[in-house]
Design a protein around this ligand. Sequence first.
Ligand SMILES: C[S@@+](CC[C@H](N)C(=O)[O-])C[C@H]1O[C@@H](n2cnc3c(N)ncnc32)[C@H](O)[C@@H]1O
Length: 340
Amino acid sequence: MPRKLSINTFKQFRDVVYSFRFSRIIFTALDLDLFNAMGARTWTIAQLSKRIHTSQRGLDILCRNLASSGLLVKVQVGYEISPFAKAYLQKSSKNFRGDYLTLMQRQWQEWSRLTEVVTSGIPVDGQEPETPEYRRSFSRAMHHRSQEPAQQVAKQISMKSSRSFLDLGGGPGTYALAFIQHNPKLQATVMDRPAALEVARTLAKKSSAESRLSFQSANFIDDNIPGKYDIVWYSNVLHIYSPSENLRVFKKIKRALKPGGRLLIQDTFLQDVQGLRPLESNLFAVTMLLYTETGNTYSLPAVRSWLHKAGLSRTRLIRLKEGTGDWEGQILEARLPVSS
Ligand SMILES: C[S@@+](CC[C@H](N)C(=O)[O-])C[C@H]1O[C@@H](n2cnc3c(N)ncnc32)[C@H](O)[C@@H]1O
């Protein structure tokens, strides 16, 4: 995603408006289960159209476009799946991102309701309570999304002198696991809703660090945060809540930190005075409008001011190596004073 977008000509306007076309082409391939159907062999259009029950003309045009974006490879008689699509889009691969793909497919439908949501201010699922199955699938999608950045982030943040770590709203526990893998003396707790913790437990079983991970079911908006920690990791949660809700959570985090303890916040922060950059941060605010009651994206000065109000100080920005972090590779740190 470019950092900024500037539309000054009708051509630029048209290009931006029509950038939905590749998304739609990919979603149609996913809807047709095309990548799984292709397996490892070469297909003519006639063979593949029979297999996935499409018209030959429709599939010919779809495959040409998938090949032009590199998801398929054009060979003399037809098409094969590309190495990337084989690794990430086929069920048989260990890197298959299935739940994340499902989440993206659902978002196509839900983003189409944006006008309705902007008008009403009510998220797409309104007052409907979320189901445990939705939460499990969402948590698996979060793992698919975070597994690579989590390893990169864990390598770059020193936790050598810390022993206890809380992954608050940790979902699948991908970050907690990455941090304990890189810090052999660290014990971590993932705090989240029960259905998210089911996914976290299943994923932890595959790790040799499993014995240093524990799980705490809690709603940190309604309940207090039990325990005392050297580090609280608040990743991709800030944007779900309003400024006042985040302030309340920061006050609870303060009580859950040991003297000198650190709160680390990972999110997409707005970085210019007008709050227009980066583009991703503003686009993500739209996602929060669609799916949450009060969520948004925030500027670093705003978040710093809530931290100070909550009694946390010495805020500093940890910059990760370019392209290695989640979002723009910035993590905001704040400390509980030693004497508090
Ligand atoms: C977007 S996910 C982020 C997961 C993980 N921290 C990451 O960075 O990949 C947000 C997580 O916060 C959890 N969460 C949000 N509000 C919560 C609350 N009030 N109590 C417990 N968990 C909450 C959600 O269930 C979800 O797992």
